[in-house]
Structure formats: structure tokens, C-alpha cells
Design a binder for this molecule. Structure first.
Ligand code: GCU
Length: 398
């Protein structure tokens, strides 16, 4: 009865899509809501309660709840998170860069005993002449440029961190055109798994997340890098992959997720910005086919939302940097962090600062352990994002 009354209270124009809210905008032909007034009511599951309603009472209980959440996300959203171990590392290049301040090393990682098949080429940039072991920023990159001395190489190394990175399309191709997504998309590292491209098999975000976990394995083998002080970073689709990696793998000390948007940190049930229909139609290879069933009925049918996945990162330091653009729904990211924050407190860490959604460039929601900040003007990790990120990491690793 209450639900009926709520639906009747909405103007007819709001009853078009997404569980009863407006489809005011369109992006590449996909409708999306960009009107805060059209966000309908939704309920977020309590991260500190098991699916059967039992409360989590102790740290061991949280461990079990965390496993329950990860299984749910494998089944319903990201597909199986696969796990081949790297078998063989080969240094392809090693030398001092032209200005003398950085050492650049390219290492090929292989997975099969006979060294055939897929590989990942990692590039390590490390400041020369340092003593002791360096903290590290680990990330996947959109660019194949492994030699250029520019962002993020300069941003990271000038702050005394090493940068370990790989080109994400080398790990598994990311075709934009839907007709290529069922074939070309499941190549590259997918050749390691017999069930590649099947509904229950691994999907692209999981494959890139796996690469990040293997990047951590690499760091553990490299003298001069401190595997206990690894900052995992990523932007946009590569931020979504970093979120998955951080939720699954507890070795990353600090996590910084930049402009991840839908399928990343933001809440699907708000039905604001990118939504399940656009995600699973434009990027079929990113998500499990099981996720598509929630398209258009996120708020009323989804038994989970992204705050549950985010809570699996607790109690480690996490900074979320949002992009003030309706498609990326960064208010949803802030609300997601608020909903996950009780898990940090439960585990004895400080939660998100108790402030309202901050304005662009306002850093008042960046706490020592959990933080949020947003800005407008340009998609991607800009100089100001690196400053927020590395300031946060410096404090967290101190
Ligand atoms: C698109 C997509 C987003 C993604 C972004 C990117 O905007 O809808 O989900 O994050 O591309 O990766 O650049």
C-alpha cells in the first residue's frame, strides 16, 4: 500500500524508467536520470548484517560477512574473479632515464610453465639514489606510453614514490563496439581460462583487477620497493577495476579511487547518471550477464549496492575522488562512502568525517582513513587529484 501511494505521488513524467524515475538525459542513446528530485526512495542493505539478517558481532564475524559480500558480487556483478599465479618474470629493459633522476625497468610477467601465451609487461619508474625501500603507487594506465616523463610518472616520483604500471588494453582488449565485445574482448589474459566469455566466467573488470593483484605480487619480489606501503590507484573504468582488486586483496595499504562512477563507487539504486542498462549494454564484457537483470529496476530489485563492496576495503585508508558531472554521480559516491563508513568504525578505524556533501574542491570530507573530495573540469587524474591522493597517502603511510 505504501509503495502504491509513493508511485501515485510522482508526476507521470517521472514514471518512465529506472524503477519509477525520469529519464531526463541521454548518453550515446541510453537514457539516464540527472535530476536529484527524481531520485526515488531506496533501501541500502546493512553491511554489518548477514544476508539472513544475523548481525555481525565480532571481527571474525566480519570476515565471514566479507566473504559473503564478495561471493555476491562475483555471482551478480563482476563474474568470477580468477586467480592464476605469475610463474616467470623476465627483465626486458633496465636503465637510467635521460635526465638522470629516474630508473626505468620493464618486466614481463608470464603465467604458463612453458612461458607461452598471455603476459603482462610492467614498467617500474623509481627515483634514483634513494636509501631504503620506496613506497609505491600501483595502477593500470590508459596509455601505452611507458617511456614518457610526464603525468603520472612525474607526479608520483617527484613525491618520493615509485610507480608500477601497465597498459590495460595489453592485459585484455577493451573494444568500444558491442559486436566485438563477445570475441575480441575475451582475448589477451583471458586465454588462460577455459571458460572465457561464458556467462559464469571471468569478465573484463575482474581481469584488470586480477592484473593489479599480480602487480602486487611483482612488487613483493622487487628489492627497493616496500610491499607494505603500496598505494593502489585508478581512474574511471580502471578505478572500478582498482575497487574490485582492493575489495578482494587485502595487501594494498592505501586505496585511491578517482572518478569511478557507475559500476564503481556510486550507488546503483539511486538511479542517477550511468545505470545498469547503459553499463551492461555498452560494456557487456565488463560485467557478468547476471547484472543485466537489474536494468531499470535497480531500487526495487537489487539485493546489494556498491557500499557493500566498498566496505570490504575497511579498515584500510581509502580516498574517493569524484567528478562533478551527472553521468558520474559523485553525490552517489559520497552517499556510498557514508553507508560503508560504519564498517571502518566497527573495525576500530576512523570513519568518514561527519560533514555534508562538500562543494567542489572542498577537502573537509577527507579524513585520515576515509576520505572524499570532488571537483569539476575534466575527466581523469589531474594534477590536483595527484596532490590530494599523495597527501592522503603520505598521511596514511606515515
Ligand atoms: C564511460 C563509461 C564509464 C567509464 C568511463 C571511462 O563514461 O560510461 O563507466 O568509467 O567511460 O572509463 O572513461
Amino acid at each position: 500500500m505504501r509503495k502504491f501511494l509513493w508511485v501515485m505521488a510522482l508526476p507521470l513524467s517521472l514514471l518512465l524508467a529506472g524503477g519509477g524515475v525520469a529519464a531526463a538525459q541521454s548518453n550515446k542513446g541510453f537514457p539516464y536520470n540527472a535530476d536529484e528530485r527524481a531520485v526515488g526512495p531506496y533501501t541500502l542493505e546493512d553491511p554489518l548484517c548477514f544476508t539472513d539478517g544475523r548481525p555481525v558481532r565480532c571481527k571474525a564475524g566480519w570476515k565471514a560477512r566479507r566473504s559473503e559480500i564478495l561471493s555476491l558480487f562475483e555471482r551478480e556483478m563482476y563474474g568470477r574473479i580468477p586467480g592464476p599465479e605469475p610463474l616467470h618474470l623476465q627483465t626486458l629493459e633496465d636503465g637510467i632515464m635521460s635526465d638522470g633522476s629516474l630508473r626505468r625497468t620493464v618486466i614481463r610477467m608470464r603465467f604458463r610453465p612453458d612461458c607461452s601465451g598471455p603476459c603482462i609487461d610492467w614498467t617500474v619508474f623509481a627515483p634514483e639514489g634513494h636509501n631504503g625501500s620506496l613506497p609505491v603507487v600501483l595502477m593500470l594506465r590508459f596509455a601505452d606510453g611507458t617511456t614518457e616523463l610526464c603525468d603520472p610518472v612525474q607526479a608520483v616520483t617527484s613525491r618520493g614514490y615509485a610507480l608500477v604500471c601497465a597498459f590495460y588494453n595489453d592485459i585484455s582488449p577493451d573494444p568500444a563496439r558491442a559486436e566485438l565485445q563477445d570475441s575480441l574482448a575475451f582475448s589477451g589474459i583471458f586465454d588462460l581460462w577455459p571458460d572465457s566469455g561464458t556467462p559464469d566466467g571471468p569478465r573484463a573488470l575482474g581481469a584488470w583487477a586480477l592484473a593489479l593483484m599480480r602487480g602486487m605480487d611483482l612488487i613483493e619480489t622487487l628489492p627497493g620497493l616496500d610491499a607494505g606501503r603500496v598505494v593502489l590507484a585508478g581512474s574511471s573504468r580502471l578505478g572500478k577495476a582498482a575497487l574490485v582488486a582492493a575489495a578482494w586483496d587485502e595487501r594494498f595499504a592505501v586505496i585511491c579511487l578517482n572518478q569511478t562512477g557507475g559500476g564503481g563507487v556510486t550507488l546503483a539504486k539511486r538511479y542517477f547518471g550511468e545505470n545498469v542498462l547503459s553499463e551492461t549494454s555498452r560494456f557487456r564484457h565488463w560485467f557478468s550477464p547476471a547484472y543485466a537483470k537489474y536494468a531499470g529496476c535497480e531500487a526495487s530489485t537489487m539485493p546489494f549496492d556498491q557500499h557493500l563492496l566498498v566496505s570490504c576495503i575497511a579498515p584500510r585508508p581509502l580516498l574517493v575522488e569524484g567528478f562533478d558531472n551527472p553521468w558520474f554521480d559523485t553525490r552517489g559516491e559520497f552517499l556510498c562512502l557514508k553507508a560503508a563508513s560504519p564498517v571502518w568504525r566497527f573495525l576500530g578505524a576512523e570513519g568518514l568525517p561527519d560533514v555534508d556533501w562538500p562543494d567542489d574542491y572542498d577537502t573537509s570530507a577527507i579524513g585520515p582513513v576515509l576520505g572524499y573530495v570532488r571537483r569539476d573540469q575534466g575527466h581523469g587524474i589531474a594534477a590536483i587529484d595527484w596532490t590530494w591522493l599523495l597527501d592522503f597517502a603520505d598521511r596514511a603511510l606515515r
